[in-house]
Design a protein around this ligand. Sequence first.
Ligand code: PMP
Length: 453
Amino acid sequence: AATQGGISLARIATIRATEATHFREARPKSEAAFGNGVKGFLDGVPMHWMNDWPTPFPIIVEKAKGTTITDIDGNKLADFCLGDTGSMFGHSPAPVAKAIRRQAKRGLTYMLPSEDALPLGELLASRFGLPHWQIATTATDANRFALRVARAITKRAKILVFNGCYHGAVDETMVRLRDGQPINRPGLAGEFRDLTQNTKIVEFNDLPALEAALADGDVACVITEPVLTNCCMVLPEPGFHEALRTITRRHGTLLLIDETHTISTGPGGYTRKYDLEPDLFVLGKPVAGGVPTSVWGMSAEVGERYDAYNRTREPGYSGMGTTLSANPLQFAAMRANLEEVMTEENYAHMEKLAGRLAAGLEESIARHNLPWHVQRVGARVEFICAPGPLKNGGEAEAAHASELEAAVHVALVNRGVLIAPFHNMMLISPETTKKQVDKLIAAFDDIAADLMA
Ligand code: PMP
């Protein structure tokens, strides 16, 4: 019989139906308000991703504080999704909330620096090890701008991505490998360009393919996460990052490290913990504690080359920056978050509980003889409904078990736990408690037993 992740599709369908019923029963008010979508919105939601949750309709949040989400029916959830990383440090961390309250009385956007902006450049430089910084609003934008600088100074059009990557809605990263051939990522709406013209793509952990792709000397920049976290979770093999750096340097290609998810590793990201040497660095989502903000930094050498480039560039719009970026609310929130929330002490707590979560899930998987595995990068934990470890994005795509994962996600919600949609990502924040972690492990174990029954 057909299976996903070792479970028969028939069993998965039964569980999905039962869990969907339980979900609805617990949410009469939400269903009345949202069961058929909300009038005035395209497809009934303010942003179409909200229809991609596996629940019968989106959870309507009354409030979220720390790691608890309360919906309008009064159901409380231990939140391990945390806005898919935007709230990785908990919902409304107290120092950030205080900074927002203070700034709220002083204006929200003026296209000028405020006093909170003054220490931020040096704070970012000492935290992440690169000397020159800019502030944007989304990780998408930060990646776009950093790639623009890479192309400007190398005078090369092409970039290289790893199969299975995600760096936000950056058009030129939307490429996939299918049967070894690059194609536009399936599903893109309104994309009329052949993105493979200027984007090369190889599998993660495939150094010979990387070497071959860069050998023509026409690639401006390799953009990658240090760990692929958007296609399940794929860790770099030992020596991968060292070789990536050596090979990119050999071919005059810059290296952009996108830490938006791997900031789960520590206060300075994976880059600081493992001494990576990126030319360009991007961090978005949680950097200002949930206020839409991103930062992008460049090395001293890139800074010098960009400066030289700018001296020869015709005056005019650079193609970078957006009107609301680098606003005083971002400065206030980011300063509070960097100084008071993204601390070694908080990360130690996150690391410890993430270890507990990963071990608990592994134990449960073993006890139920599931052909699954668990991966972790600091405070980010992922269970994958296939044997592992996975080596690259191609393997990760094959490991994806959409029906099974949807069933498990809704079953978790019905047991009081929320994890990220699309894959099986769980985040530990400074405010996550041991009790919440144990609740997640117990819920997972209960569902595993149900799947195997
Ligand atoms: N980079 C990475 C690694 C991401 O995971 C994401 C979002 N999942 C982004 C960039 C884009 O972030 P945003 O949607 O906030 O622009």
